[in-house]
Design a protein around this ligand. Structure first.
Ligand SMILES: [Zn+2]
Length: 220
């Protein structure tokens, strides 16, 4: 255990180097990520994700520079997360007290990137950034291992501040449309609830237009 702690300390400075050297040299970034997530930590998922450079690409967004965004092959994410598969993630480690996010990285599935839907991509990135900026550590996020819709809304509100209300609402709409099309068994209801909350909060009408139609079609 002592050794792990020591390595975690080493890895902290490594992570700072990684951030400072945020260059166009993706291979260098990948080497550092691999070292960081496989040698200095003991998370099986992280090891699987970052041990092979072929699993992902480093992505550059205009929205922010930290944390680093990695685009993973969807089949890898499904292999690792199974039923818990989601299109975007904030992965991180925590300090011992579970009060602070350490070494965050934002993960996005390549299928989302392949849509080339800028509104959708920016929304998912801004939402995941929100989880990081609002410090949604496991001790405040999870309750019985379930998704915490209040924290999801908080991440949505952060997306509103970053993208503007219209950008965030359009992004949530695109997310719902995408999920209905590609992952009909996913919790689209949760996304629509969040969309309802945000649009009511900011008095935006018509945010749910079109979705009732989809429901009706399903019922017929
Ligand atoms: Zn979320």
């Amino acid at each position: 255990m002592e050794n792990l702690k020591e390595n975690m300390e080493k890895s902290k400075s490594l992570y700072n180097i990684l951030q400072e050297n945020r260059s166009d040299d993706d291979l260098k970034i990948k080497d550092l990520l691999k070292k960081h997530y496989t040698e200095f930590t003991n998370s099986e998922d992280m090891v699987k994700l970052f041990s092979n450079h072929e699993n992902y690409e480093v992505y550059k967004t205009d929205l922010f520079t930290y944390p680093i965004v990695c685009i993973f092959k969807t089949e890898i994410l499904i292999e690792i997360y199974g039923d818990q598969f989601n299109i975007g993630y904030l992965n991180y480690f925590e300090n011992e007290e579970r009060t602070k996010i350490l070494y965050p990285v934002i993960i996005l599935s390549d299928e989302v990137l392949n849509t080339r839907n800028r509104t959708l991509i920016n929304y998912v990135l801004a939402h995941e950034l929100g989880h990081y900026r609002k410090n949604h550590v496991s001790s405040i996020y999870f309750n019985d291992n379930k998704r915490n819709i209040l924290k999801e809304v908080e991440a949505d509100l952060y997306a509103c501040s970053l993208l503007g209300i219209e950008g965030a609402i359009n992004g949530l709409r695109e997310l719902a449309i995408y999920l209905i099309d590609k992952f009909p068994k996913s919790d689209v209801d949760e996304v629509l609830k969040r969309l309802t909350f945000i649009s009511r909060k900011y008095n935006v009408s018509g945010a749910l237009d079109g979705f009732e139609l989809i429901e009706k079609e399903d019922k017929e």
